[in-house]
Write a protein that binds this ligand. Structure first.
Ligand code: 13P
Length: 254
């Protein structure tokens, strides 16, 4: 039985003040709903510079946290990058790898993403591999071709040990930040195909790997999307910046 996971990707948003308000809201909201944290894993991905603030606020709560990106190198002359060891200094337990914004805006390749998954997983972090097709690719019926290529690159290049705790987030690019969502049927179809692909590689892995849906998830649509048998929760962008929306999405995963 896979425990659902709802994670908030804050992207490049927030100030000390708004982060503080968001963290206060999460603490207060969850203190009244202790059961929720037992039934649903909850995580947030703040900008790296807020890691200490997040750690200070969430240490004794049920919420985990991680970074939105990490470097594949251990240390050294890599200006602007953050290492896995640095993430762990701030008690991060997860890291996103290959978010579509990293792929499209910063040129991350499948090989780069696989290397990030490997680095994070080897260090004991939970890598959250993001995959998804563009609108053009969906309209050309290439959804599974693209998603399979993205997943296979990781299965082929990352070490088996790094994949023990792997989470996959299916985020159709056309649904990210657009207000458009995949229908529950579209989401389930892709999730089931991803699980089939994993099963060809390793049946146990296919059974245990959580596959999240991301792309304009809101309190109002989360329950129907999460109802799919292969949908194990969500990766939430915009709505994760609002405590009430985020908590209602967490509840929908229960
Ligand atoms: P939105 O929920 O804002 O569409 O963003 C989804 C996303 O990119 C999460 O990683």
């Amino acid at each position: 039985m896979r425990k659902p996971l709802v994670a908030g990707n804050w992207k490049m948003n927030g100030t000390r003040e708004t982060v503080s308000a968001l963290l206060d809201g999460l603490q207060t909201g969850l203190s009244g709903e202790k059961e929720l944290g037992n039934k649903v894993d909850i995580a947030v991905f703040p900008p790296a510079i807020f890691a200490q603030q997040v750690a200070d606020a969430l240490t004794s709560t049920a919420v985990s946290w991680g970074l939105q990106n990490i470097c594949t190198e251990e240390k050294g002359a890599f200006t602007g990058e953050t290492s896995v060891v640095m993430a762990q200094e701030f008690s991060c337990t997860m890291v996103l790898a290959g978010h579509s914004e990293r792929r499209s805006l910063y040129g991350e390749t499948d090989a780069d993403v696989a290397a990030k998954v490997d680095r994070a997983g080897q260090a004991g972090l939970i890598p959250v591999l993001c995959v998804g097709e563009s609108l053009e690719e969906r309209e050309a019926n290439q959804t599974m071709e693209v998603v399979s290529r993205q997943v296979k690159a990781v299965l082929e290049q990352a070490s088996p040990a790094s994949l023990e705790k792997l989470v996959i987030a299916y985020e159709p690019v056309w649904a990210i930040g657009t207000g458009l969502t995949a229908t529950p049927e579209q989401a389930q179809e892709v999730h089931a195909s991803i699980r089939e692909l994993l099963a060809k590689h390793d049946a146990d892995m296919a059974a245990r790997t959580r596959i999240l849906y991301g792309g304009s998830v809101k309190g109002s649509n989360a329950a129907e999307i999460f109802a799919g048998p292969d949908v194990d929760g969500g990766l939430v962008g915009g709505a994760s910046l609002n405590v009430q929306d985020f908590l209602s999405i967490c509840r929908a995963a229960d």
